[in-house]
Design a protein around this ligand. Sequence first.
Ligand SMILES: Cc1cc2nc3c(=O)[nH]c(=O)nc-3n(C[C@H](O)[C@H](O)[C@H](O)COP(=O)(O)O)c2cc1C
Length: 224
Amino acid sequence: MSQDEPVTPPASAPRVHFDPAEMEVRAFYRILNSVVVPRPIAWVCSRSADGVVNLAPHSFYTVACVDPPVVQFTSVGRKDSLRNVEATGEFTISLTPENLFEQVNATGTDFPPGLSEAEHAGVRLEPSERVSVPRVAESPVALECVLHSTLRLGDSTVVLGRVLHAAVWETAVRDGRPRIEHLKPLARLGGNEWSTIGEVKEIARIPYRTWTDDPSIGERVRGD
Ligand SMILES: Cc1cc2nc3c(=O)[nH]c(=O)nc-3n(C[C@H](O)[C@H](O)[C@H](O)COP(=O)(O)O)c2cc1C
């Protein structure tokens, strides 16, 4: 961009400004929850030192590292999932499928530590391949993890899990890759809003060489 071009186009939309320094913590949390969307939901299964199986949804969830394969979820405050993972060093993360919408929500109920959410919500579990914690039988995907480390950040704890195994329904895999039309994941939005997968679009990454060889690509993208 040359020096005399404006940084902001003249017809910028008016914005509402939210300053975390001037807001209640919970109020800014609601803003963050509404704008970091859609979030995938990890259905975290863990077992307490006493052997009670726990199942809870966590939407602060993503891939943290490629090599080694590591995923992360965040416990806001100290919850049973976090305590169990710290105690046993194992957990599974099952994908939350659309057809189990009500069950996923029900496992977010603050049941006391001695009660199994899976049992109360009628979610069927099955043994895992590589860890002693079960996975959700009715979910097409389970990641079997051992605790890599935790990172304490203010009121929250990021849990990093080394993925030892991914168990995916055969019917959900095409040409060696799990396919979105068979996974049908739920996602979390702001407030009490959730979403399902809408229109799926495909586009290939443009190598810089192609970009320079064919000026019409850039023109089309910029709308010149
Ligand atoms: C869809 C959904 C997503 C959630 N995401 C999170 C999250 O990312 N982190 C968190 O600490 N709690 C999250 N919660 C709330 C926990 O699931 C809830 O506090 C639950 O009771 C924790 O269970 P536990 O104490 O058995 O670990 C979420 C709840 C729902 C329904």
